[in-house]
Design a protein around this ligand. Sequence first.
Ligand code: ADP
Ligand code: MG
Length: 320
Amino acid sequence: MGEFDLIRRHFQRDSGPAASVVLGIGDDCALLQPTPGHQIAVSSDMLVEGRHFFAGAEPEALGHKALAVNLSDLAAMGARPLGFTLALALPQADDAWLTAFARGLFALADRYACPLVGGDTTRGPLNLCITIFGELTPGKALRRDGARAGDDLWVSGRLGEARLALERRLGTAWAQSVGPLPCGDQRLDLPEPRLALGGALAGVAHAAIDISDGLSGDLGHVLAASRVGARVQVDALPLSPELARLPRHHQIDCMVNGGDDYELLFCAPAQAREEITRLAQACRTPVTRIGQIQPEPGLTWVDSEGHVLPLPARSFDHFA
Ligand code: ADP
Ligand code: MG
């Protein structure tokens, strides 16, 4: 199978006309048509074998995750998907692998009406890079630099499950003690981008980020960009039943420092509490208030009695 056969066979589809795609796969560039007056949101995320996933990982799940992490960036911005490109390095053209990969990729792409419009295919160590394009109304983007002192700090879903599943897979002793982990495995392999919630929060929340590297690190990015601090109620963090089976210090470590959850962390004025609860219910995404933005820089973790917990920040950094 040659390069162009591979593209035609696995990635070029007669999908119905997407309003946003004027020209898809097959030319030197794709042509996208955003809704008039909208801004384009662009993001790239790369998954590297041995770095972001284990060698031999299930290809259908990889197809899902490669796109999910990119859709999550659009969600964190409050943008609506328009389409994406896929740059793929493959050690060989393995038909069964490509079929399963494309199945996982397109199942998610179709759910969010986000068509594949182009890409690049080369031979090399397995590497998946997606660039995604979305659109949003000017002024409504959920930027990292919009948090204000007094804002509530919210998080969607539950934290730490992906980290627990990862530690189990790595054979870490404390993580082995909790028994089977259907939720955690699902979270690690098939993360669900919070697009409905992100879109609903655009123009309501002041700032947002998706939690890919861990709450402490990702919240740190928002605080630095917004030049503010935060006080987080550790006992308010959304704990999963699987994590609840661990000793408390492991629970906290997974929720505070665990990456790969792809939940949304967002800041919003206290007057928006009812509206946010309503919006979250409408998109069937649980949300939890976990703290407050403070005028003084710094991140403070407190327990339910208000005692400060000295938690080391250990979120993920590829070059640390
Ligand atoms: P060029 O040499 O002009 O960059 P290519 O020969 O690399 O174009 O690709 C031919 C067409 O196939 C282009 O439209 C490109 O966007 C598309 N394409 C290549 N690889 C992929 C892929 N993995 N997924 C989707 N489209 C792809
Ligand atoms: Mg090319």
